[in-house]
Design a protein around this ligand. Structure first.
Ligand SMILES: O=C(O)CCC(=O)C(=O)O
Ligand SMILES: [Fe+2]
Length: 315
């Protein structure tokens, strides 16, 4: 008998009905839920309906059209930053293809992306990608504010937010062919501050639970998003929040489309706030440049490490 995959027990946090203004009582209780979930699992499912069903359909429709372009066109999506552009036809992960929109919460960013494929512009695509990224970035900002307030480090929050930039990664996984491995993406943690993942219809994302089991994340509602801590968040919180190990396994033949909104930091040295260092939590990380960290991760030394953030700036 084959083993039945365990389904997600991740906390589900509702960001819809409540008015999340700083003075409301639900802001505080939601903040506590968020921090508890992040400390326990490194991630949670957010129910967030600011991205309308229509926008959900339109962005995934646009993603499908982009992946239908010929490979020689898709490879024009390049970047100076590692893994920020087109990824595809990689021998070890043949099911995966990805396109990256850098600075996706700015008009310049999305236009730079669309102009690669449509030199005269593609207003519809730019507008879609921009609206989606801005709305999901708002969720990220809300979560960061909640974490900062709960930890009493609001002053750090403003400088982090001021140095944050977003990469919207569009992802497509095809089903495996006969005798082909069904791994869509190998186990990893994200090199981000925070990532917000979203998918269209087909499941496949798995998270490694504390007991060592891989748990399938059931994300079938269009208003469900996974909010996931990245490596940078672990260093900033002095190890209180750990990024979860996750992977993608394709169980059927249906193509899977997903979106990752990655929050990165640039032009800021990350330092553990002194409020987060005490006898119980001795300082674990040296100040570091989170942008250089991305380059470290793809260096020979970085690739060899089994915990890149600790190798890079751990004490
Ligand atoms: O496709 C997914 O659901 C996850 C993607 C992911 O983990 C990544 O892009 O880092
Ligand atoms: Fe990831």
């Amino acid at each position: 008998m084959g083993s039945v995959k365990q389904h997600s027990q991740l906390p589900i946090i509702d960001f819809t009905k409540k008015t999340l203004d700083l003075s409301s009582s639900s802001w505080k209780s939601t903040s506590e839920e968020v921090v508890r979930a992040l400390e326990e699992y490194g991630c949670f499912i957010a129910i967030y309906d600011k991205v309308s069903l229509e926008l959900h359909q339109v962005i995934f429709g646009a993603s499908q059209e982009l992946f239908d372009l010929p490979t020689e066109t898709k490879v024009l999506n390049t970047s100076d930053s590692p893994s920020h552009g087109y990824i595809g036809q990689v021998a070890k992960i043949p099911l995966l293809e990805a396109l990256g929109i850098e600075n996706a919460t700015t008009l310049e960013g999305v236009q730079k992306f669309t102009n690669v494929f449509w030199p005269n512009g593609n207003h519809h695509l730019s507008e879609t990608a921009l609206s989606y990224s801005k709305l999901v970035a708002e969720l990220n900002q809300m979560v960061l504010r909640m974490v900062s307030e709960t930890y009493g480090v609001e002053k750090d929050c403003e400088s982090l937010l001021g140095s944050m930039y977003y990469l919207l990664r569009l992802i497509k996984y095809r089903g495996p062919k006969e005798n082909e491995n069904n791994v869509g993406l190998f186990p990893h943690t994200d090199q981000t501050f925070m990532s917000i993942l979203h998918q269209h219809q087909v499941n496949g994302l798995e998270i490694k639970a504390k007991n060592g089991e891989w748990v399938l994340i059931d994300l079938l509602s269009p208003s469900s998003f996974i909010v996931m801590a990245g490596d940078i968040c672990m260093a900033w919180t002095n190890g209180r929040i750990k990024p979860p190990l996750h992977r993608v396994i394709m169980s059927g033949n249906e193509e899977r489309y997903s979106l990752s909104l990655f929050a990165f930091i640039r032009d800021l040295i990350i330092q553990v706030p002194e409020e987060l260092v005490d006898d119980e939590h001795p300082l674990q990380f040296k100040p570091f440049d989170p942008y250089n960290y991305l380059h470290f991760c793809c260096s020979v030394e970085g690739r060899k490490s089994n915990c890149q953030i600790k190798s890079y700036c751990g004490i």
